[in-house]
Design a protein around this ligand. Structure first.
Ligand SMILES: [Zn+2]
Length: 172
């Protein structure tokens, strides 16, 4: 399939969706605007779920927009989550492939804490410019050696905005 070649990976088609698995470590995407980037934090508990954006409740409707009580920094929120006291991220990036804009939108869904600050920064830039933009989604690899001399490779998803897309490209 042409799409599989284009993304250097596999394409699986199910009745209601198409799933892409790429072997590339970076891919160029087009984001329509700040609404393409969504961070939702979720913790299920005995008294119902805590669903927020890190500082304000998103659900249920009766409390939506009010302060949720999560700590002020992502580092503190991550620590609370690790201790079972705070919600975990559910990040959705809705994009088109720059190399195949016409085939439709895809969602990258991630629960990576490493991606959150990229998403927030990109959302702020997109809100300021109010214009679609190209971005690079990638997997960053870092290697470190433990005190015992064991080499550990860490892979983290990253996203960075590139230039805004021109009017010409949008009209294609
Ligand atoms: Zn919260």
């Amino acid at each position: 399939m042409a799409l599989a070649r284009l993304i250097d990976g596999e394409v699986s088609t199910e009745p209601s969706r198409v799933e892409l698995n790429t072997h590339r470590d970076r891919i160029l995407i087009k984001l329509e605007g700040p609404q393409s980037l969504n961070i939702r934090m979720m913790l299920r508990g005995h008294e119902g779920a805590h669903v927020c954006d890190g500082s304000r409740f998103l659900e249920p409707v009766q409390v939506s927009g009010s302060a949720c009580g999560c700590p002020p920094t992502w580092g503190q929120r991550r620590a609370a989550s690790r201790g079972g006291q705070g919600p975990k991220p559910e990040i959705t990036v809705r994009f088109r492939l720059v190399e195949a804009l016409g085939i439709g939108c895809f969602d990258l869904v991630s629960s990576s804490w490493a991606l959150i600050e990229d998403i927030e920064a990109a959302r702020a830039s997109l809100s300021a410019s109010d214009w679609p933009a190209k971005a690079c989604l990638s997997i960053d690899r870092s290697v470190f050696t433990t005190a015992e001399g064991v080499e550990v490779i860490i892979r983290r998803p990253k996203m960075r905005l590139l230039n805004p897309i021109s009017r010409f490209l949008i009209s294609v």
